[in-house]
Design a protein around this ligand. Structure first.
Ligand SMILES: [Zn+2]
Length: 240
């Protein structure tokens, strides 16, 4: 069942009031919307991005979240999910995407690992699944200030050390970003955090991506980056 026009207009108007992701949560308590597995009408990439921005803005203001998080919502979601954004982010305990975007149960499809990489089939396939199967219109690659995984990659580059266990392989995808920004001088870690996000966004936007490229060509998918500031709680979006 497609989302009725009135519902879309309601969501647009609540968004224009700056209610953001919390309003979206209230809006999708409609059973028809929540149980759709292959929705034909959902938010546009621009709407989804605006909801993330509004959610982060509310989070930084310390406003209490009003999203649906109760038993009723859980039952609705048991029949199917329709997250409005996919977030590829760091496992760091301080960067919980549902919290920093004030998103409720069933709203965000999240892929987490140290360093926010998609350099393995599990992570990349998860992104593809969210777009191809769940119809997610927006993918956000989210790094954060002072990232430990990026610091480890910087140690590998600067001190030529080999990390034990699987840690070396884990940070290997981040090493090119460190090497790219290192000659510039300045704050190596935060420059590498930014560059790592840019490179992952670039990889996800590649026309060679077998699934993601076709959705981006149709305008049904947008891939953007962001860096979360641990101190301020603000996400700086990287859209270009
Ligand atoms: Zn991190």
């Amino acid at each position: 069942m497609a989302m009725p026009l009135s519902r879309r207009l309601l969501l647009r108007s609540t968004l224009s009031l700056g209610v953001g992701a919390a309003a979206y949560a209230a809006g999708i308590t409609s059973p028809g919307w929540a149980s759709e597995e292959h929705p034909t009408t959902g938010p546009t990439p621009a709407e989804a991005l605006a909801w993330l921005k509004a959610g982060n803005s509310a989070f930084t203001k310390g406003r209490p979240a009003a999203y649906a998080f109760d038993r009723k919502r859980r039952h609705e979601l048991a029949g199917g999910q329709h997250p409005f954004a996919t977030v590829v982010c760091c496992s760091d305990s301080r960067v919980g995407p549902e919290q920093i975007f004030e998103a409720g149960l069933g709203q965000l499809f999240v892929i987490r690992n140290a360093g926010s990489t998609v350099a393995n089939p599990q992570a990349m396939g998860s992104v593809e699944y969210s777009v191809e199967h769940l119809g997610v219109p927006l993918v956000l690659v989210l790094g954060h200030s002072n990232c430990g995984a990026v610091k480890a990659a910087a140690e590998v580059v600067e001190k030529h050390i080999a990390l034990p266990g699987s840690l070396g392989e884990m940070v290997a995808p981040i090493v090119p970003a460190v090497e790219f920004v290192q000659p510039r001088g300045g704050d190596l870690i935060n420059a590498a955090v930014h560059e790592n996000v840019v490179e992952i966004v670039h990889a996800l936007r590649s026309p060679r991506q077998p699934i993601l490229a076709q959705f981006q060509r149709k305008g049904a998918l947008r891939v953007v980056g962001g860096v979360y500031d641990l101190e301020t709680g603000v996400v700086e979006f990287i859209e270009a």
